[in-house]
Design a protein around this ligand. Structure first.
Ligand SMILES: [Zn+2]
Length: 181
């Protein structure tokens, strides 16, 4: 009682590790890295769209285990003469058919491009737990760019959103498609 507080020495210098070389190994990204393999499958789907002159967007739906592919789809607007034949919509429909139920709780939709308003609505309706996408669509995206329909707080179901997975590869595919047209 009444003892003066022990004197503190000067604060130790914070330890600084070596400065990482940006040209060396990529920095681990614990949020996005787990979805890279699934995004590669979605990219494979996207490449199929080009055959019919469709914009290369691909999607897959993963089962609740996070790795089993329930369904896949790619943009078929031109091929099917269907304005609603977006990759996400087709993949969601096929996943529901595969499960035998419309509700895709605990499932994950992985798509190469940020969903449009139509697909964001479908994502919301499907009750998927998680949306993972690659490139942003600054002109029409409805999951963070122009709108954020999927995370609108007025809706009672809001999936987790992981964006920017293999974003450069996803965008490169689109850029090449429009350049070659
Ligand atoms: Zn769409």
């Amino acid at each position: 009682m009444g003892d003066p507080p022990p004197e503190r020495g000067p604060e130790p210098e914070p330890e600084r590790g070596p400065v990482p070389d940006p040209a060396s190994a990529p920095v681990p990204d614990p949020v996005r890295d787990p979805w890279r393999a699934a995004m590669r499958l979605a990219l494979d789907q996207a490449e199929r769209a080009v055959r019919s002159g469709d914009v290369p967007v691909g999607a897959i739906v993963l089962a609740p285990d996070g790795s089993t592919v329930l369904a896949s789809g790619y943009n078929e607007r031109e091929a099917a003469h269907d304005p609603t034949a977006h990759a996400e919509l087709l993949a969601l429909r096929r996943a529901a058919a595969a499960l035998g139920q419309w509700r895709l709780a605990d499932c994950t939709l992985v798509v190469t491009l940020e969903p449009c308003t139509m697909c964001a609505g479908a994502i919301q309706q499907s009750r998927v737990d998680r949306l993972v996408y690659g490139a942003r669509d600054e002109k029409a995206g409805a999951a963070g760019s122009l709108w954020d329909v999927v995370r609108d707080r007025r809706l009672n179901h809001r999936p987790e959103v992981v964006e920017g997975v293999l974003a450069e590869e996803c965008a490169r595919l689109l850029t090449a498609f429009f350049r070659d047209r």
